[in-house]
Design a protein around this ligand. Structure first.
Ligand code: ATP
Ligand code: MG
Length: 328
């Protein structure tokens, strides 16, 4: 069957995948495989922008591939590879940097947020992050980019850079569309920041049922609710939001919400119910992950094959971009 176009997305190997990655991005990665030619990248160079030591980078890269496969990515359908193994991206990044206004990068909300999060490590790569991301996407002429809402400013930036490049050098690059899920922004267990590996406010897909319960019990709920019998506000409770997604029996949710509102079910009680449903919902993914972990060479083969297939596309597009610019 002819595919509708090309999809590209990436994630940073800064730790194990969490509920935010899963609901905001991975679910779409899996769903798009059938109808699109999909290219999924473990963006290790992007990870370097916030790591001060890199001892776990290799292991994290391997585990990310493992978790993507466990979640349903099919290496026969999709190209799955590691960013640094397709070096053409750094060359395209350099070309795109020449049409990127500095002021635009400095004003990006994502940059400002990172400066707040890592004030002692505001490196050049961090500022250039969106330019490298624009290169990631455009190197594959991707039409669709499934990401979480936090990446929307970067996508908008990519579209601008494509327009600038094409205006100056001719129509070479493709302007991509963002694709969000139904749950584009999952909040962390702190209840105030988006769930994030680097903020350690996340619940890992691969956590044990016991670890999952522990993290769930730490989740911030409705701040107005101090005592068990206080009336709750399910519409602002992160536990309720996630419970709706992972409920074993969704038909029970209206009653749980009504009980919360009436103060007849306490937050701790509700969290225990949610943790149980969450563990049940993740059980098959965790089992597949454990099974795949028995075959590390297979994972390495998938990444090697992915890098070859990605390079085949990347070489052609980079050549077109260089021709347009006038480079030999
Ligand atoms: P880091 O803190 O190291 O940046 P992260 O948790 O933000 O890690 P990324 O690897 O940066 O994860 O993101 C991978 C994908 O998951 C991106 O498409 C991103 O938009 C999406 N994503 C990340 N966090 C969330 C979230 N809390 N809700 C929805 N989508 C998310
Ligand atoms: Mg991130």
């Amino acid at each position: 069957m002819a595919k509708k176009g090309r999809v590209f997305s990436g994630a940073r190997p800064t730790g194990r995948q969490h509920l935010g990655n899963y609901l905001g991005a991975i679910q779409n990665y899996v769903a798009l495989q059938r109808d699109y030619e999909c290219v999924y990248c473990i963006v290790d160079l992007h990870a370097l922008t916030s790591l001060t030591e890199t001892r776990e980078l290799r292991q994290n890269t391997y585990e990310m591939a493992l978790e993507w496969l466990a979640a349903g990515l099919d290496p026969k359908e999709s190209i799955i590879f590691v960013q640094s193994q397709v070096p053409q991206v750094t060359e395209l990044h350099m070309l795109l940097s020449m049409v990127t206004p500095m002021g635009r990068l400095v004003r990006l909300p994502t940059f400002k947020e990172k400066v707040r999060q890592q004030p002692d490590n505001v490196n050049y790569g961090l500022l250039g992050y969106p330019v490298l991301m624009a290169a990631d996407i455009t190197l594959y002429k991707a039409n669709v980019v499934p990401v979480g809402e936090d990446q929307a400013p970067h996508l908008e930036f990519t579209r601008e850079i494509v327009r600038r490049f094409n205006n100056i050098y001719g129509e070479v690059l493709v302007e991509p569309q963002i694709l969000l899920t139904q749950v584009p922004r999952v909040m962390g267990i702190d209840g105030v920041n988006k769930m994030s590996k680097s903020l350690d406010n996340h619940i890992e897909l691969a956590a044990t049922p016991e670890e999952t319960r522990k993290r769930v019990m730490q989740m911030v709920t409705d701040p107005a609710r101090k005592y068990r019998n206080d009336p709750g506000h399910p519409e602002i409770c992160n536990v309720m939001t996630l419970h709706r997604v992972f409920a074993s029996d969704p038909s029970q949710m209206p009653q749980i919400e009504a009980d919360c509102r009436a103060g007849t079910i306490g937050c701790a009680e509700h969290k225990r119910m949610f943790a149980e449903d969450l563990n049940r919902a993740l059980a098959s993914l965790r089992a597949r992950r454990a099974e795949l972990a028995q075959h590390p060479q297979m994972i390495r083969d998938v990444l090697e094959d992915g890098a070859c297939r990605a390079q085949a596309i990347a070489r052609v597009v980079l050549r077109e971009a260089k021709d347009a610019v006038g480079l030999p």
